[in-house]
Structures are given as structure tokens and as C-alpha cells.
Design a protein around this ligand. Structure first.
Ligand code: PLP
Length: 403
């Protein structure tokens, strides 16, 4: 195993076992330095000033855009809109594209496993337009069957929005098949890449995704910056999301024309420092490489699953194959509420997530109130997983069930 941990100052300052990477990852020093360096070396309001410092800020912001474009295989930098996070990216898409594209009686197709961020914006749109929100459902192994794709995506479908990787079970959805079916039916597809981009190579051009959303903070970048990729031909038809400074070309008392793409969608002072941090995160991720990340994901999940299986009293959700989990193991301990599991583990410095994971319809579908979720990333160690498993093996005893 490579020693990447030394690059992460948090592992020096704390002794906790961090297994909540699907919620947010940790940041290497190079990312922290990049954000700080932006303020030390180049702080001025970007895109506005005609002086050197502002131009340096603009240069860094726009080079981050180019980096983000090539990172996900987009053909052009102006297909990248910077947002705050995946949530804002999807809201932007639903409002700026969806409001004009969806009419009464149309259908919007998502899946039952979507994060609320990829559900509520479409619920809002469907309600306002009197359109129907249709849910694709997975089989017992968590996979959306081909028949479900064929049945649910039809001539009435105008938009399909689907997570490439589920934040609850870590499963990869068959987005290639979904995009193919949607395009044959004349629908536009948005891929929620919040959980995929940190773990697998994405190429939006090869996928032929129309829109693709992700958050920097889940891939070692700063919080507060996200990306919405939109194909140029679609972006050209979209109305602005937020109104104000920076997104205009010319303004009179009564009217305004808008800035060129993608600035039309980036109203107000932009988050250039964190975009510069995202740029550094992409470099770091590329340096580590997806081959290594995928290998570590499988090793760590395998260790967790094997350990849990030996314990009994534990239900693991999703596939039996560790390589299909993208670092995520979602589980329940018989008789102990997931919140209590998390609190008991916290006593020993283990950080995991418990609750509905912002996916309440999936919990209802799985007929569970909530679950516990341990999510690993490449920098977690075998020793950390041993420590997690050791504490987990004592949870029922601590909760009063005997061992
Ligand atoms: N989509 C998925 C699949 C997620 O896992 C998350 C966050 O956990 C989101 C969307 C929302 O991301 P953010 O909170 O960064 O907007």
C-alpha cells in the first residue's frame, strides 16, 4: 500500500478512524495550500478587474474550468458551469432546462435510490408542470434491470436523472444503457456523479451524457464548489438560473442581455479560491490514479464484509461482490438502532454515518427505517478497518444484548 496518509494533515492532528468518506472526503495538504495560495498570491474579484491581480485571479479560475472539463472528458471548457455543489447543479438543470422542456403530461424518470438532491428538484418541476415523476426500481441485488429501463423510459419521457453510483449501496447504475434508451426516446439525461467521480474514471463524451453533476468536496477538493457539465447545444437553450452581476452583457432600466456561456449561469462573485482548490484536487486524484483507488476500494470493502459476516447479527445491503460497492458498506446490526451503532462506535473514535442517507424513498423501498454506512477511501488502512470491526463486534454487548 502506498503511503498517501502523510499528505493529509487531518490524519496527523486526529486519531479517529474516518469512514464517512461518502459524505465528504478528507483534503490533502496540496489542496489546502492551493486555497490559501489563491488568497495570498492572487486575491481580487475575478472576471471584473482590468488590473494584473484580478487578471491572475481570473486566470486561475478559468484554468480550473479547463482542468474540470478535461477531468470528466468534456470537449470544451465552456461546457462547465461552476456551482456550489451537486445539489445546486441539479437544481440549476431542473430550473434552467427543465422549466422549458417539461410540459403537462410529460414524464421525468429517476430511480428510487436517488439522493434527495436528485429527487426534490424533479418533484418540484413535476408538480409545477403537472408532469409525472416515474421511478426505476432495482432488483434484490440493487441493480436496475434492463426491463425496468425499457418499461419506464418511453416516448413521454423528457428528462432522465440518475446517480451513476448510489450513495447508500455504492452500486453502479447501468447509465450507458439508460442514456442509450433515453436518447432513443428523445429524452435528455442528467447523471448525478457525486459518488462516482471520487472512485471511477468518468468520460462524459464517451457516455454521451447530456448533463453531469458533481461536488468537489467528495473528491478531496474544497467544500462550496461543484460542477455542472452541460452539452453546449443544450446549454445554449437554457434560461439563466440566478440573476445579478457577472451574468449580464448589457443592462437597461427595463431589460438585460446575458453574458456568453457559461458565465450566464454564474451570477455574482464566483468562488475562485475553491475552484483553484478543486484544480489541485484533480491533480492529486490523477496522481493517485483510479486503478489504485478501485483496487483499494475493493480490498477495504472485502475486509469489512468478511469481518461483518463472521460476526452474525449483521445484515449487509447490496451486492455480495466487494468490487461492486465503490468503498461503501451499508448495514444494520440486529436489535440496535443505526444511530446507536454510530454513537457507540464514536466512543472509540470511529466515524460512520447512520440514518436515511438523504434517500428516504429507498429506505421505504428496502423496508428499513434507516441503516449504518461505513464508507472507505483509498487512504484508509487495514489497521483502521480492523479497529472498526473490533468495535463493531462489541456493539450489541454495549447496547445490552450480550455478545
Ligand atoms: N447525490 C449523491 C449521490 C450524493 O451522495 C450527494 C451527497 O451525499 C449529493 C447528490 C449531494 O451532494 P452535495 O451535498 O455536495 O450537494
Amino acid at each position: 500500500m502506498q503511503d498517501y496518509r502523510k499528505d493529509f494533515p487531518i490524519f496527523i492532528s486526529t486519531d479517529c478512524v474516518y469512514l464517512d468518506n461518502a459524505a465528504t472526503s478528507q483534503r490533502p495538504q496540496s489542496v489546502i495550500d492551493a486555497v490559501s495560495d489563491f488568497y495570498v498570491q492572487s486575491n481580487a474579484n475575478p472576471l471584473r478587474g482590468l488590473y494584473d491581480l484580478s487578471m491572475k485571479a481570473t486566470e486561475r479560475y478559468e484554468s480550473a474550468r479547463k482542468k474540470a472539463a478535461s477531468f470528466i472528458g468534456a470537449g470544451r471548457a465552456d461546457e462547465i458551469i461552476f456551482t456550489r455543489n451537486t445539489t445546486e447543479s441539479i437544481n440549476l438543470a431542473a430550473y434552467s432546462y427543465g422549466d422549458d422542456a417539461v410540459k403537462e403530461g410529460d414524464e421525468i424518470v429517476i430511480s428510487i435510490m436517488e439522493h434527495h438532491s436528485n429527487l426534490l428538484p424533479w418533484q418540484r418541476l413535476a408538480k409545477e408542470k403537472k408532469a409525472r415523476l416515474v421511478f426505476m426500481e432495482p432488483d434484490e441485488s440493487g441493480v436496475i434491470p434492463e426491463k425496468e429501463i425499457e418499461d419506464k423510459i418511453c416516448e413521454k419521457t423528457k428528462i432522465v436523472a440518475i446517480a451513476q453510483v448510489s450513495n447508500v449501496m455504492g452500486i453502479r447504475n447501468p447509465v450507458e444503457k439508460i442514456i442509450d434508451r433515453a436518447h432513443r426516446m428523445g429524452a435528455v439525461v442528467l447523471i448525478d456523479g457525486a459518488q462516482s467521480v471520487p472512485h471511477m474514471k468518468v468520460n462524459v463524451t464517451e457516455l454521451d451524457a447530456d448533463m453531469f453533476a458533481f461536488s468537489s468536496h467528495k473528491m478531496m477538493g474544497p467544500m462550496g464548489i461543484g460542477v455542472l457539465y452541460v452539452k453546449k447545444s443544450i446549454m445554449e437553450k437554457m434560461k439563466p438560473f440566478l440573476m445579478g452581476g457577472e451574468m449580464i452583457e448589457y443592462v437597461t432600466r427595463e431589460d438585460a442581455t446575458f453574458a456568453e456561456l457559461p458565465h450566464k449561469f454564474e451570477a455574482g462573485t464566483v468562488n475562485a479560491a475553491d475552484a483553484y482548490g478543486l484544480d489541485a484536487a484533480i491533480d492529486y486524484l490523477n496522481m493517485v490514479g483510479y486503478d489504485y483507488i478501485e483496487k483499494r476500494d475493493t480490498e477495504l470493502v472485502n475486509q469489512m464484509m468478511e469481518g461483518m459476516k463472521k460476526m452474525g447479527h449483521i445484515t449487509i445491503y447490496g451486492s455480495d461482490d466487494p468490487s461492486k460497492h465503490n468503498g461503501i458498506v451499508t448495514f444494520n446490526v440486529e436489535g440496535v438502532h443505526p444511530h446507536d451503532v454510530s454513537s457507540i462506535l464514536n466512543e472509540d473514535g470511529i466515524c460512520i454515518r447512520a440514518g436515511h442517507h438523504c434517500a428516504q424513498p429507498l429506505m421505504q423501498f428496502m423496508k428499513v427505517g434507516s441503516t449504518a454506512r461505513a464508507s472507505a477511501y483509498f487512504y484508509n488502512t487495514k489497521e483502521e478497518i480492523d479497529r472498526f470491526l473490533d468495535c463493531l463486534s462489541r456493539v450489541r454487548e454495549v447496547a445490552g444484548y450480550g455478545s
